[in-house]
Design a protein around this ligand. Structure first.
Ligand code: PNS
Length: 160
């Protein structure tokens, strides 16, 4: 088994579903790099720095998990980190089309890339960052969906 895996995503914000995937990846890999994408053409609720701080804070001191960011192609980030393993969560069949497209595109860009799909716990199959943002925006409680610290940041954002 390869030792390092990269778990890329927008994480806008991180949810219990993402944390569940990170926990599962840690069982399979010695090192997991959570890679936050910075796409200047895509607007996000949280800036890159806010997401970096948020995720580092949620993960805490865990020598197995590293939090980083990348701009541009994921395959370049993989090469910089000497790994060809990507971890993605697969919640439902509806995720498949998009995930297949990305996995194949990445493999075309750089051969020997493997994308490993992990299934989150059943209780998180419906969960997404968009749903959490929507609930927070409408004043709902997000504590079942994301850590308290993330909930507090969401509250602050939508108060503005
Ligand atoms: O959490 P998301 O938004 O579903 O994550 C998507 C992500 C970041 C994995 C994807 O957009 C990505 O890898 N972006 C980097 C750009 C890239 O490499 N594109 C070519 C392969 S699709």
């Amino acid at each position: 088994m390869k030792r390092t895996a990269v778990y890329p995503g927008s994480f806008d914000p991180i949810t219990f579903g993402h944390l569940d995937i990170i926990k599962r990846a840690c069982v399979m890999f010695e090192r997991v790099i959570v890679a936050i994408v910075h796409n200047p053409n895509k607007s996000t609720l949280f800036s890159l720095n806010e997401r970096l701080d948020m995720i580092r804070n949620v993960i805490g001191e865990n020598p197995q998990v590293q939090v980083g960011s990348f701009e541009g192609l994921l395959v370049d980030f993989l090469m910089q980190n000497n790994t060809g393993v990507v971890v993605r969560g697969l919640r439902a069949v509806s995720d498949m089309e998009y995930e297949f497209q990305m996995a194949h595109a990445n493999r075309e860009l750089l051969k020997d890339i493997e994308t490993i799909f992990l299934m989150p716990s059943e209780e998180y199959t419906y969960l997404s960052s968009s749903i959490v943002k929507e609930i927070a925006r409408l004043g709902g409680d997000t504590k079942k969906f994301a850590p308290e610290s993330v909930g507090a940041l969401l509250k602050k954002k939508f108060k503005k």
